[in-house]
Design a protein around this ligand. Sequence first.
Ligand code: TRP
Length: 445
Amino acid sequence: MAKQSREQWRSRSGFLLAAVGSAVGLGNMWRFSYLASEKGGAGFVGLYLLFTLLIGLPVMLAELTIGRGARSGPVMALAHYGGSAWRWLGAVFVATGFLILSYYGVIGGWTIRYAFEAATIGFPVDSAAHFDDLASGYDSLATQVAFMAMTILIVCGGIGSGIERVARVAMPGLFVIMIGIALYAFTLDGAGAGYAYYLNFDLEKALTLDVIVAAAGQAFFSLSLGMGVMLTFASYLPRDSHLAKETAVISFADFGVAYVAGLMVFPLIFALGMGSEISGSTIGALFVALPKAFATMGLVGRIVGLAFFLALVVGALTSAISLLEVLVSASMDAFHWERRRAALVSGVLVTGLGAWSAFDLDILDLADSIAINLFLVGGGLGITIFVGWIMHDPIGEASAGGTPSIVYVIWRGLLRYVVPAALLFILWHALPETWAKFRAVAGLG
Ligand code: TRP
């Protein structure tokens, strides 16, 4: 039977590392720091933490429950528990993954470029102009293709010997580098202004719709929720795994990395007098202000900068492979392709779509808004309703590895009432914002 030949993780820690590898990526560093600076610092961070706890944890557990129970990719898993009408939600997941990976590969390409330059020519002082040169155009396309080729290659290796093996080496390395840099930043004179910016909570600043929508979207993106990545990874889990525990570990690690990223980025930027660049922050923040700081630090800057961008490459790769894995497992299920063929076909198609973002930063920004604020949040709403209201006995399914405790009862209550209400509210407000962005980019006024 096909079910028996399904691949499995080699170990519990392998699954955890791969799931953390998926969650920890550009979202924790590039996206988190640019949003935190654009949306006013600590207020955004506080909301992001709130959404991680209130929405992220329940939705993560929901995805793991469906995936482990059905033992298949999202499209078939939803049909398994909800009937074939639910396939369309799985199809939305695949489309979302396609869209996200298209521009994720472009940014992943930038990280390769920066790591390479740190090792060879160093960081230029005029980092803004440098970023403009390499962020869009043929340079950007070339690095995107390189990044995607690496991603495809790892996914071809499969679950145990591809994804798990890479995550096992990469993730501990990334943690060590980040903590090292955060400690180093702490020793710099003037780091205090960075901590103040990052950590002084201002309720009034936080409670604007724009900040709320951004923080919710970021919680989904950073935890890799809302499009079936965690669902797919859980489908390779043995039946006796403890899902609530896995949820807690993955989410805590992901938040921890974003938090530490802030502890390294903001003190570094402020200590080196780049604080003013923060206010004009855009998607380039991490690639402009930080390299400029590195450029003024001489040899130390090059070493620290190289370590930083290497960690970023690794984080981006382990996330990109998880996005590609959803497309691969969906096409393996749907067309009965073998893994390599599925990886190659879907990888090349995604790269082709991403070329658009590689040539136009506005498109990249728009794709990011649509994919995250609408598709991920919408997909999360779909999963929430599915597990809260449609799936038969989710508590039994979720606790198959342990005794059903009060935690699961609370979980289902959240999934039924609190999370859908919150997500509807967020979607409702995200729609006009995204629409306005679309009109601006499309030149409609
Ligand atoms: N979470 C990853 C990051 O923070 C990106 C990512 C990987 C992702 N897989 C995903 C985002 C699935 C949403 C859905 O960089």
